[in-house]
Design a protein around this ligand. Structure first.
Ligand code: ADP
Ligand code: MG
Length: 327
């Protein structure tokens, strides 16, 4: 059974950036205002994420790494949260099967912090009392230490580091009231650094550069018929990049929609030279029951109800914004 769990875990967590995405979402679920990430070897040797959120209660530390149990934990009274982020209860369990996982955490009600380590979904001994501020530190060491084939597949830690930078950057743009920091372990210089009283635009400028942010256009759409809303920022036609930057959140979850992405690109193709791309950041909200959340954690492709109409109406909103700004 341990081996089967390990294989399943290796499919859920395929590389450090998948783990970071899951852990970031947990920290955001815990209503933190700051998240600091430290990586050694692109997260393969060490991946640490510290937040100042609610923390995990001592009595819950025994079960947080059991599969499918955790979404029922007491702190999720908000159904909206369950349906967007923490619905699977598999991230910590998976990580514990393929890495050395340690959790240090303190809630507001507890006198001290507790530190617990896990192997294959189970606590190693009892949580130990220790000193720490409120919040949670998750430490993942030697990712894939027991999955030699996967471990061997990582030739370039710098590429894994860059993927983590990419994921964290997207979350930072979407969450301007959370301060993000991402560093290589032991280095002073951050690869991502935002403050917790920022704005979407300021974070876009900070992360993707001034020349994008100078002429960003704001998108706002409330569609009463198909019951969804869109907000976000898109680059004007005087900006383009070689590599497409398409940041899409649906109900605060980082996803991808190839159909939406392609549809929006066609609007720009009227303006931009061949081979150059826009910057697009969109946040969609819709009834969680209409989003197909039953996706694999590594496949971010998402589908939702009335997909064609939602895409077409979003495309039109974007087109009229661009037309309005350029006539
Ligand atoms: P899920 O998020 O789907 O419930 P996870 O394995 O990602 O499953 O997390 C298990 C549980 O551990 C969460 O439901 C939450 O109660 C708790 N948890 C994990 N990370 C944190 C954190 N950073 N702060 C507070 N609680 C956390
Ligand atoms: Mg989770």
């Amino acid at each position: 059974e341990v081996v089967i769990n390990r294989i399943a875990a290796g499919e859920i967590i395929q590389r450090p950036s998948n783990a970071v995405k899951e852990l970031l979402e947990n920290s955001l679920d815990a209503k933190c205002s700051s998240i600091s990430i430290n990586l050694k070897n692109g997260g393969l040797k060490l991946l640490q994420i510290q937040d100042n959120g609610t923390g995990i209660r001592k009595e819950d530390l025994g079960i947080v790494c059991e599969r499918f149990t955790t979404s029922k934990l007491t702190c999720y009274e908000d159904l909206g949260t369950i349906s967007t982020y923490g619905f699977r209860g598999e991230a910590l369990a998976s990580i514990s099967h393929i890495a050395h996982l340690t959790i240090t955490t303190k809630t507001a009600n507890e006198q001290c912090a507790y530190k617990a380590s896990y192997t294959d979904g189970k606590l190693n001994g009892l949580p130990k009392a220790c000193a720490a501020n409120q919040g949670t530190l998750i430490s993942v060491e030697d990712l894939f230490y027991n999955v030699p084939t996967r471990k061997k597949a990582f030739k370039n830690p710098n590429e894994e580091h860059a993927r983590v930078v990419d994921v964290v950057s997207r979350y930072a743009v979407h969450n301007p009231t959370v301060g993000f920091s991402l560093k290589k372990f032991g280095e002073n210089l951050s690869d991502v650094k935002t403050s917790n009283n920022s704005s979407h635009i300021d974070n876009i400028r900070l992360i993707y550069g001034n020349n994008i942010a100078r002429e960003l256009l704001e998108i706002e759409l409330n569609d009463d018929i198909f019951k969804f809303s869109v907000s976000g920022y898109i680059s004007n036609v005087n900006f383009s990049t070689k590599k497409q930057i398409f940041i899409l959140f649906i109900n605060n979850r980082l996803v991808d929609s190839t159909a939406l992405r392609k549809s929006l690109e066609t609007v720009y193709s009227l303006y931009l030279p061949k081979g150059s791309h826009p910057f697009i950041y969109l946040s969609l909200s819709m009834d969680p029951r209409n989003v197909d959340v039953n996706v694999h954690p590594t496949k971010h492709e998402v589908h939702f109800l009335h997909e064609d109409s939602v895409i077409e109406n979003t495309r039109q909103a974007l087109e009229s914004k661009l037309l309005g700004a350029n006539t």
